[in-house]
Design a protein. Structure first.
Length: 214
């Protein structure tokens, strides 16, 4: 499986990518997760990226393409990949096309998870993520059994600092200006599939499997 999950912040890309990657045995590549790890470790890249992330702005394309190049070179990516939150600009999509050509691993499909903006702010603000294993929860729609504790690994659940209403609105503006054009970009290449992301998580999973033929 070699696919991209496209969609605005909070659409459910991370939730879907995690299960699908586990079930299919392919790499789950989330540029947001890779960046947050750099921020946690205080690397120079993390320090530079944080300036943008805190404001809800996109991190520069050269930084992102460098991270993706390194990630695709890891052995687990040979079996396939699910990109989550990448590409987010036309420059990134062009860069990915070149990388995948070099690796002779062409994309199979790009799945656009469609959710209206009105629902996205609430989804992001209620999101909680496990610090240890990255499992994703929501205070209302997917609460953990015990408050603040991950059902899967017992790790601590945290609220992302960019999941506040003001930053989410900035992230949505970035999405509409810079990422939404990728819908036409991939449609014109015959790769675009669409699923209704407002359905329950299991129904969205099933819809994704159906449109990618998995
Ligand atoms: P993304 O990776 O696209 O930003 P996430 O997968 O992190 O989105 O999901 C954002 C929030 O919405 C999380 O709190 C998650 O639990 C919740 N969520 C994901 N999918 C659904 C869904 N189908 N219905 C309701 N809530 C969802
Ligand atoms: P995410 O985890 O996908 O919601 O991303 C969180 C933040 O990381 C975004 O608001 C951006 O600042 C940054 N980011 C993640 N992926 C990318 C990307 N592909 N291009 C640019 N910035 C990114």
């Amino acid at each position: 499986m070699r696919i991209i999950l496209l969609g605005p912040p909070g659409a459910g890309k991370g939730t879907q990518a995690a299960t699908l990657a586990r079930e299919e045995g392919v790499a789950h590549i989330s540029t947001g997760d890779i960046l947050r790890q750099h921020v946690r470790e205080g690397t120079p890249l993390g320090k530079a990226a944080r300036e943008y992330m805190d404001k809800g702005l996109l991190v520069p394309d050269e930084i992102i393409l460098g991270l993706v190049r390194d990630r695709l070179a890891q052995p687990d990516a040979r079996r396939g990949f699910i990109f989550d939150g990448f590409p987010r600009t036309v420059v990134q999509a062009d860069g990915l096309e070149r990388l995948l050509e070099e690796l002779q691993m062409p994309l199979e499909a790009v799945v656009n998870i469609v959710v209206p903006d009105t629902e996205l702010v609430e989804r992001a603000v209620g999101r909680r993520t496990c610090k240890e294993c990255g499992e994703i929860y929501h205070l209302r729609t997917r609460p953990p059994q015990k408050e603040g504790v991950c059902d899967r690994c017992g790790g601590e659940l945290v609220h992302r600092s960019d999941d506040n209403p003001e930053t989410v609105r900035a992230r949505l503006a970035e999405y509409h200006a810079k990422t939404a054009p990728l819908i036409e970009y991939y449609r014109s290449r015959g790769l675009l599939r669409e699923v209704d992301g407002t359905q329950p998580v299991a129904a969205v999973s099933e819809a994704i499997r159906k449109v990618v033929g998995a």
